[in-house]
Design a binder for this molecule. Structure first.
Ligand SMILES: [Zn+2]
Length: 462
């Protein structure tokens, strides 16, 4: 009898595994420091979800954490702590927003500036909640690539938000050394609190879950803001629209929901979560739990060099094979016979000035040695490599290196940097947000992101 039972359990478990688990990441941008009833909404959400046995991720704004402390809301702090804490900037919508000031800066200066502005907020959230935030996400659509570099230095390994600036197949990916849950496309969803779409939302969830399960597993991203359950308009929209910067004494309180209306909103989320829980393939996870379910960022050493060379000689972009994924940067390191390590992309666009069809081997070897020294020295890729006083752009160098037979003169090959296609070409829509100044666009940030996309690759479930 026990044997039969074990067999049944085994078959069930195998069936679910073959189908693939669906991991649901439920997260809350906890940011409204103006309207106090948003504090109660956060408490209620954290308490309800705990009763359902569901751990979620609360990305907290520095000023919100300080306000909770000031208002003596130990109850809210404790309730959120049972879940997981992320970081959501120090002041959120008080100008300048991250994309607004980072647009004017290069990669390295911007990373330093983001750290200068954000370290105090991160410190406060860490102190008030007694934990190091596991992830970061930008306010609104105020995304910028320089934050990757800064966040790694600030000890935050994961980027959790939604946007369309950069992505990889609407599932988690690695970018700039961080684990990204972003641009989730059809896999980002929610049941609306104000439109009557509950049944349709459940159907949409089931469809996405079935779809991911059939593909062997994947992630659904669901997000809300605690303030949505307390107010009918956003706390920042009524104060900081289009770059406005009123004095704190002038801050207006957003319109508050009635008690009954707020209760109705909480019931919608509770029913939606219960609906998801009823699906046997679904597991709710926090940001850090999700990251641990994925293969570590650095590839192992058992990568077939031939396959990498074939890919890189033709086109430079990530490669996913046998449960391993490799970024163009990682493949370049492999071709240079370097150990796998974290690197950043180039900080500027390199050009090819060398106009010969082939390169003397001694000169090419010297260029290789120099490239290795640059990468080891700075922890990032060079924009170009030197051949005497002439240059090869990094993609031309990568293609040439990959195609090199090792005999005779080195034949020059043109690169094809396809990894750039992972970054949006729309500098306006991607940065659309009511808090940004009117007509705000940031092509410079997308350009920097395209350079950093050397490091981009899909994340692979273990
Ligand atoms: Zn936000």
């Amino acid at each position: 009898m026990i044997r039969v039972l074990l067999l049944v359990v085994f078959l069930f478990v195998s069936a679910v595994q073959a189908q693939g688990r669906v991991y649901v990441l439920l997260w809350f941008d906890t940011e409204d420091y103006i309207e106090p009833s948003s504090d109660d909404a956060a408490l209620r959400l954290a308490t309800d979800l705990r009763q359902l046995g569901v751990k979620s991720t609360f990305k907290v704004v520095g000023e919100k954490a300080r306000m909770l402390e000031k208002r003596g809301r130990k109850d809210v702090i404790e309730a959120l702590r049972w879940h997981e804490i992320g970081y959501h900037t120090n002041f959120h919508s008080v100008p300048p927003a991250p994309a607004v000031y980072l647009r004017t800066m290069d990669y390295l200066t911007g990373a330093d500036e983001f750290m200068r502005r954000e370290q105090a907020g991160l410190k406060d959230v860490s102190r008030i909640f007694g934990v190091k935030p596991s992830c970061y996400g930008q306010p609104g659509s105020s995304w910028a690539p320089q934050t990757n570099s800064a966040l790694r230095r600030m000890g935050i390994p994961m980027y959790l938000d939604e946007g369309s600036h950069v992505g990889a197949g609407h599932q988690p990916f690695w970018f700039g050394g961080l684990f990204y849950v972003f641009d989730m496309g059809p896999y980002v969803m929610r049941a609306s609190l104000d439109q009557d779409d509950f049944e349709a939302s459940c159907k949409k969830f089931d469809q996405a879950a079935a779809d991911l399960s059939a593909k062997g597993g994947g992630v659904i991203s669901i997000y809300y803001h605690p303030c949505e359950f307390a107010t009918t308009e956003f706390w920042d929209g009524v104060n900081f629209s289009h770059g406005a910067d009123p004095a704190p004494a002038e801050w207006k309180r957003p319109h508050v929901r009635t008690k009954e209306d707020s209760e109705r909103c909480h019931q919608i989320l509770n029913r939606y979560v219960k609906h998801a829980l009823a699906n046997p393939a679904v597991r709710f996870v926090t940001a850090s739990q999700l990251m641990a379910l994925y293969q570590p960022q650095l590839p192992g050493s058992k990568v077939d060099r031939r396959m990498v060379a074939d890919q890189m000689a033709g086109r430079q972009t990530f490669l996913v094979v046998n449960k391993t994924s490799l970024s163009a940067a990682e493949m370049l390191l492999l071709l240079l016979e370097m150990e796998p390590r974290l690197v950043e992309g180039p900080v500027s666009e390199g050009k090819t000035t060398y106009d010969g069809d082939s390169i003397d081997r001694r000169r090419f070897d010297k260029a290789k040695t120099d490239a290795i020294a640059f990468i080891n020295g700075y922890g990032r890729l060079p924009a170009a490599v030197w051949l005497g006083s002439e240059t090869l752009s990094l993609e031309d160098f990568a293609a040439t290196l990959a195609a090199d037979t090792g005999n005779g003169p080195v034949v020059v090959r043109k690169g094809k940097a396809e990894f750039r296609d992972s970054v949006s070409k729309d500098p306006e829509k991607t940065f659309g947000w009511v808090i940004h100044p009117k007509g705000f666009r940031a092509p410079e940030l997308l350009e920097l992101a395209r350079l950093q996309a050397w490091t981009l690759k899909p994340a692979v479930l273990k």
